[in-house]
Design a protein around this ligand. Sequence first.
Ligand code: B12
Ligand code: SF4
Ligand code: SF4
Length: 272
Amino acid sequence: MVTEKSISELGRLINDKAIKFGADLAGVASVEDLKRSPSHEISEKIPEFNGVGTKDVKGRKRGVVNWPEAARSAIVMAVEHPPEKPELDWWITGAAAGNTAGNRLLMGTVSDLTAWLEKEQGIECFKLPYHIENGGVYMKDAAVLAGLGCIGKNNLLITPRYGPRVRLRVLLTDADLPSAGFIAFNPCAECHMPCRTSCPREAFAERIYSQKEYGIDDLPGRSGVYNRFRCNQEMNINISNFEEVKIDNKTGSGKLVKYCRDCELACPAGLN
Ligand code: B12
Ligand code: SF4
Ligand code: SF4
């Protein structure tokens, strides 16, 4: 029988295993809470939703999550992307699945954790892809609910230890694990917001979402200022500035894209 004590021990054990398998941070969020979280609530209402981070998948509406019926808990994992290792975040199309080196690291961690959960704990796992339209979920919301950090004024997850310089991956399970919930952490309170002024597209220049219109307080960029369309314009410029690279063990070359991280790298949180 799974007792309350053993389930909370299992939660702790899962976190420890995720770290052992390569994550720098890990936590658990409840799927029920996640289904009601801000991104899951408002994505369908956002105009100009399509862009670099969305996919055209037959039979799927952009931005709408398809939840596996049996899923109860989300295990959220983060890997640090320090400024001195920019290559972790470079996208290479035509390379092995995973696109960035950082994402491949996370995928390895998810695979190892899944194998352990399924074989040794008898817990069913649902490995999730990155894109929502391929079956993914909104990972920043999941990370906040799993106690990894808060959403900052740059619209990114800010963690106490690494600031926003992390990348995420989520694994769903059919086990009802204890959810970590919010942590008391707000690095933006006294900050002069270098994240916002660093943006080459002025993507935080004005309020474009309101509580009245969207029915929630937790809006993109905290105060409804993050302009997805403008940010996407910069991503498209980054794509057009691609570099040709040779891909190991493959014939031909790939395209390497260095996506903008200015609002992330300007943030002082987690640097001292
Ligand atoms: C589509 C996408 C994009 C699109 C659109 C981005 C957008 N935010 O709209 C484009 C291509 C423009 C983009 C840009 C970037 N992205 Co992007 N993107 C995604 C993707 C696939 C989905 C995000 C999405 O559509 N969100 C939905 C919209 C509605 O939400 P939102 O604008 O984020 O606003 C919500 C949050 O702020 C949240 N929120 C606000 N307050 C609160 C409070 C609480 C309590 C909670 C729970 C939530 C919450 O609610 C808001 C909605 O109401 C995710 C991966 C994933 N599967 O989650 C990565 C992801 C969010 N991106 C990521 C990154 C790093 C970037 C970039 C820095 C580019 C880069 N080098 O990778 C920029 C940063 C832009 C920025 N400042 O937000 C990381 C974020 C890591 C982190 N530390 O937060 C993710 C998680 C991918 C990853 N590899 O880990 N991205
Ligand atoms: S730079 Fe300052 S305001 Fe912007 S996200 Fe970081 S801590 Fe918050
Ligand atoms: S990723 Fe670049 S373009 Fe997008 S909001 Fe941040 S600084 Fe602006």
